[in-house]
Write a protein that binds this ligand. Structure first.
Ligand code: NAP
Length: 482
């Protein structure tokens, strides 16, 4: 399927990059080039910032909070009306199964807009009792121009975790999708025009991280960077953004532990552990990539996991029956296969998968879901984020060792705990250094529940009422009454 040429959305108008440059978009399931998108230059970033600033002090800034909320709500409704088309684009550029795009991720993206639309007119300031004769009150104001920089694994959903609260709180937005997956962000831009957003409120600029992304982070006209991506990229962004002292929120990598105690419902835990690592082909920041298993049940449990994993076969992402799609790019497939080689060399026991897969077309970046047993905490696959369908199983002997091993990582995004003992569940949840802990479930999200990292998985929270705080700033007003 050829989608053709796509332009930048700046100030409500579609235009080519100022230097005419474009970049290809590849379908990872077929290896075909499906689109050419504009590659924004520094001048284009300047133009997007100018448009976003003009909108802030123009019609957008003059809208009442309720009117703003209505527009954000309309955008959510329109996105849901277009769910089939947008989900198809998401699958085409990312390789994820259409069931995931159509029934989970694009509906969640739309719901995120509906949810934050409701907050638009419900965030207010306080009146503060102070010494002396003065009226002191606070105003909650937008931060200003927000740049959302997002990765390729959940392209539209992660964009919406930023765009929805930013718009609802009255900011204007420059959205930069990942180079590999720009199509759904561009589709969103058109929907924003269609539902009547004033020009410049939502700008979508495509281009490489090194040029377009860097120009955004350096730009003095941008007030906040909301970033999701790799931890090392996040550190670089933080360093660069320090020059202009931008607000930032960072949602970064993870190496999340999924802890299975011997007293758990083992069949449920097997399902949870496989969904925890293989949903989204393992290209999930919160993937339960470290399976911590009670030594008492280790062999039985790993046997069940391996059996279930061997039945999971990658397929055509556009087929509604497919549950495992294509790895997002050739480079990512090579990276994952390299980790498999490292794991073998370091002494891990391969119990399922481990190789590239062919779905019968001889094309596409498919990978067998893979499980390694006998992994020790020092091994590379226990420490580094693989971002692919590779599970590393590590054992433990008691609760204290489970907690120590779970926390033995620089990351702290998420964790899972499987047990029938309610006291143990809450105790372990309280000791885990992670922004989200799932008990007897894994990989569940809701727009109302905050999500974000501890440690080097980042800071700031997305979703829920917590997100609202990161898209507003507080002004204190003193009125002398003496
Ligand atoms: P990435 O390389 O850090 O890229 C993320 C985004 O940043 C892309 O749009 C990228 O553009 C851009 N970028 C790259 N270098 C930049 C720079 N110097 N300045 C500004 N922007 C720059 O991450 P990725 O490989 O796409 O995504 C995978 C990572 O994201 C994993 O580590 C994963 O754990 C993390 N992640 C975290 C969460 C979470 O919520 N914590 C969620 C999902 C993913 P290009 O595409 O052009 O390179």
């Amino acid at each position: 399927m050829l989608i053709g040429k796509k332009q930048l959305l700046i100030g409500g108008e579609w235009r080519d990059a100022s230097n005419g440059q474009t970049m290809p978009v590849i379908n990872p399931a077929t290896e075909d080039v499906i689109a050419e998108v504009a590659s924004a230059s520094r001048e284009d970033v300047d133009a997007a910032v100018a448009a976003a600033r003009a909108a802030l002090s123009g019609p957008w800034g003059k809208l009442s909070a309720r009117e703003r909320g209505r527009l954000v709500y309309k955008l959510g409704e329109r996105l849901m009306e277009q769910v089939d088309e947008v989900a198809r684009l998401e699958t085409l550029h990312n390789g994820k199964p259409i069931t995931e795009s159509r029934h989970i991720e694009i509906p969640m993206a739309a719901e995120c807009l509906l949810y934050f639309a409701g907050w638009a007119d419900k965030v207010g300031g306080d009146t503060i009792p102070v010494k002396g004769t003065a009226l002191v009150y606070t105003l909650r104001e937008p931060v200003g121009v927000v740049a959302a920089i997002v990765p390729w694994n959940f392209p539209l959903l992660l964009a919406m975790w930023k765009v929805a609260p930013a718009l609802a709180m009255g900011n204007t937005v420059i959205l930069k999708p990942a180079s590999q997956t720009p199509l759904t962000a561009l589709a969103l831009g058109q929907l924003a025009i269609d539902v009547g957003f004033p020009p410049g409120v939502l700008n979508v600029i495509t281009g490489s991280g090194g040029t377009t992304g860097q120009a955004i982070v350096e730009h003095p006209g941008i007030d906040k960077i909301a970033f999701t991506g790799d931890t090392s990229t996040g550190k670089g962004i933080m360093r660069t953004a320090a020059e202009t002292l931008k607000h930032i929120t960072l949602e970064l990598g993870g190496k999340s532990p999924n802890i299975v105690f011997a007293d758990a419902d083992l069949d449920a835990a097997v399902r949870g552990a496989t969904v925890g690592i293989f949903y989204g082909k393992g290209e999930v920041c919160a993937a339960g990539s470290r399976l911590l298993v009670d030594k008492a049940i280790k062999d039985q449990f790993i046997g069940k996991i391996a059996e279930r994993t061997r039945k999971m076969v990658p397929g055509d992402p556009l087929d509604p029956k497919t549950r495992l799609g294509a790895i997002s790019s050739k480079a990512q497939l090579e990276r994952v296969l390299n980790y498999v080689d490292i794991a073998k060399r370091e002494g891990g026991s391969l119990v399922a998968g481990g190789s590239r897969a062919d779905i019968g077309t001889g094309k596409g970046y498919f990978m067998q879901p893979t499980v390694f047993a006998d992994v020790t905490p020092a091994m590379t696959i226990a420490r580094e984020e693989i971002f692919g369908p590779v599970l590393a199983a590590i054992d433990f002997v008691d609760v204290d060792e489970a907690i120590a091993r779970a926390n033995d990582t620089m990351y702290g995004l998420a964790a899972g705990v499987w047990t029938r003992d309610i006291k143990k569940a809450h105790y372990v949840a309280s000791k885990l250094q992670a922004g989200t802990v799932w008990v007897n479930t894994y990989n569940v999200y809701d727009t109302a529940a905050p999500f974000g990292g501890y440690k080097q998985s980042g800071f700031g929270r997305e979703m829920g009422r917590h997100a609202v705080d990161y898209y507003t700033q507080t002004k204190t007003v003193w009125v002398d009454l003496s």
